[in-house]
Design a protein around this ligand. Sequence first.
Ligand code: BG6
Length: 506
Amino acid sequence: MKTNDSLIYVIFGASGDLTKRKLVPALYSLFIQKLLPESFALLGVSRSPATDDEFRDNMKSAINEFKEIEDTSGVDEFIRKLFYTTIQFDQISTYHSLKKQLDLLRGLLKLGGNTVFYLSTPPNLYGVIPQYLAAVGLQKQEDGWKRLIIEKPFGYDLESALILKDRLLKDWKEDQLFRIDHYLGKETVQNLLVTRFSNGMFEPLWNRNYIHHVEITSAESIGVEKRGGYYDSSGALRDMIQNHLLQVTALTAMEPPSSLEPAAIRNEILKVFQSLRPISRETVKDVAIRGQYLSSTIKGMPIPGYREEKGVNPDSLTETYAALKFYIDNWRWGDVPFYIRTGKRLPTRVTEVVIHFKATPHFLFSGDKYRQSLNQLVIRIQPDEGILLKFGMKIPGAGFEVQTVNMDFHYYELSNQRIPSAYERLIYDSIKGDSTLFARTEEVLEAWKFLKPVIEAWKTEHEVPLFGYPAGTWGPERSDDLIEGNEIGWRYPCKNLSDDGIYCEL
Ligand code: BG6
């Protein structure tokens, strides 16, 4: 869709990694597809001094390096729309200057008042910048809409999220806030809705009568990279589960919305969060497993343990692996266990939802041991995006031996379709004002409320152990015990790793 309105896109934290790797390449991709307004300017704002030309040069290299789209014929035209200014984030005077600069750009380039403020900054500025913007009137919408995009984490726990909420909602309206959860921008995450609600054959089975349990995995082979400082104050629960994996859970579990209107979808998502069965502090050790990677050797390469990573406290208790078992107390899901796990330095990168269907009431055939594992629907979010249905077939020959076979669909088979990146999709939606794929305040607060007992129990080691696991393995063995009474355990999806140990077939 082409929008004819004008727009100024202001990125706070413009000298940072996210701007370079994701935001500017995604904006360029929208530009070359003519999905940005015709009158458009991007103002990068950061503490480090740079000229417009230096910023343009850096962003030109970034677009070429982190290419979202093959066609780079418009890069020179695009970067002419880029401007840069320095700011002291906690000084009101610089916000007055920012306002003047925006007015100047608007006059010069004949842009209206529509403005996106994207906070790609450390989280301690999420309360500060919006307050100062409001103090100089930059949140006012008389001359055009104003939207604020906030990266995660939205708070550090329930209490800090409530404080942040109050600070933001003092000056800004809920419909001006767009909280990015980049998992919601992933094509295959959205496809969960389409798979469920466009096919008559899945939805009748999608409930406690036919589903034995649901498993959601998001594994990463990388460690904390250069983000040791941030990660050590966060950990897997806050970094991945509080946001991405609970959102994926909600899309897997929600009721059909009455329409595709943002409010209709977000209301159903919220209901899932509100139905999460509270975890009691006493049971945390049984339903939540945490681990931290230890040094190891992967394919002959020495890999440092988490505590040896740059920026990490050598006595750190921060978890790099977390697995949870929980329930959703509503009519659809009563007593169906949900298992989620995520970790860094696992054997591969894979994110998937696995629906495990119940076994038949009576198994006639041999191979009884496997009957629970016969029917699974695997929704692969990344990589090798696709869907896999596993079911039992007769082994040819005498007798009635059963084996599991796969029926699969891979997104790459739609070869003429380019899959837009999550940021491209979310930036585009935020420009259109479509908030469907952004987390609403109540969802975020419910997620923190749900995790509060776990966060508190994990504060010290004596209450719940922190297990070590060698880098390159599937996390602490203890997490296998979470899926008790279930003969198949977690799905270990990447039996056939490619030689580089990264690509993992569906
Ligand atoms: C981010 C986390 O939100 O998601 C990172 O902060 C993590 O720690 C990343 O690596 C994973 O995203 P993706 O899209 O690579 O699965």
